[in-house]
Design a protein around this ligand. Structure first.
Ligand code: PGA
Length: 246
């Protein structure tokens, strides 16, 4: 399986920030891992152009469940694809919290993404309260079950485990805690789709940075990362790409 270094720019970046893409590609023209950046929708087409003929893939951060229609302000999976995206992040905890997205809604969006030929990166993760209450596996298990479409294969879906309390905080679970959740996710997928589960990429996300990337990537069942803050700068994201390619 090819590992995946995915960057989520969130609501950051404008045309001037595309210089980071140029810098990233000149430092890492041909990494062994797959390299993906998900900029704001306004930058997808321009970033796709900046990354033409390169190893960098482009993704969206959300899509609507419908293919087209009267949904002011929304973007369909087919539109992301048309702009040059090959991936879309779905069910990020910020979407779940800020827009009240339920597991069912995330699954419907993921189905739309698959229909449009995009690879869906489906995010799951517990809050700090849930972890403290010992509910982590129950929470991520339920999210996985209800958010991931039945058509899941190793090729069309990536799962990102992102503890909500680790996102943007500089705090991460212990290595044992990450390994425990990833092993659990693998087992749950295996119960659902059998041998295919070994090929589904399981990303860890939440305060991944150059200084902790290597030890996280050395864990079993960690097949890459979903990186927020550290994906904005070519030097930081490049160091994470290098750690994953090592
Ligand atoms: P962070 O964000 O790397 O800034 O913690 C991760 C994410 O939200 O995907």
């Amino acid at each position: 399986m090819r590992k995946l270094a995915a960057g989520n720019w969130k609501m950051n970046g404008n045309a001037a920030a595309l210089s980071e893409v140029t810098a990233l590609l000149s430092a890492h023209p041909d990494p062994t891992c797959e390299m993906l950046l998900c900029p704001p929708a306004t930058l997808i087409a321009q970033m796709n152009w900046a990354a033409r003929n390169s190893a960098l893939r482009i993704g969206g951060q959300d899509c609507h469940a419908k293919a087209a229609g009267a949904h002011t302000g929304d973007i369909s999976a087919a539109m992301l694809k048309d702009a040059g995206a090959t991936y879309v992040i779905l069910g990020h905890s910020e979407r779940r919290a800020d827009h009240g997205e339920s597991d069912e809604e995330v699954r419907t969006k993921a189905e739309a993404a698959l229909d449009a030929g995009l690879i869906a990166i489906v995010c799951v993760g517990e809050t700090e309260l849930q972890r403290d209450a010992g509910q982590t596996l129950a929470v991520v298990g339920a999210q996985l079950k209800a958010s991931v479409p039945d058509a899941v294969t190793a090729e069309n879906v990536v799962i990102a485990y992102e503890p909500v309390w680790a996102i943007g905080t500089g705090r991460t679970p212990t290595l044992d805690e990450i390994a425990e959740v990833h092993a659990f996710l693998r087992a749950e997928l295996a119960a659902r789709i059998g041998d295919q589960a070994t090929g589904v990429r399981l990303l860890y996300g939440g305060s991944v940075k150059p200084s902790n990337a290597a030890e996280i990537f050395a864990l079993a069942n960690v097949d890459g990362a979903l990186v927020g803050g550290a994906s904005l700068k070519a030097a930081d994201f490049g160091a994470i790409v290098a750690a994953l390619s090592a």
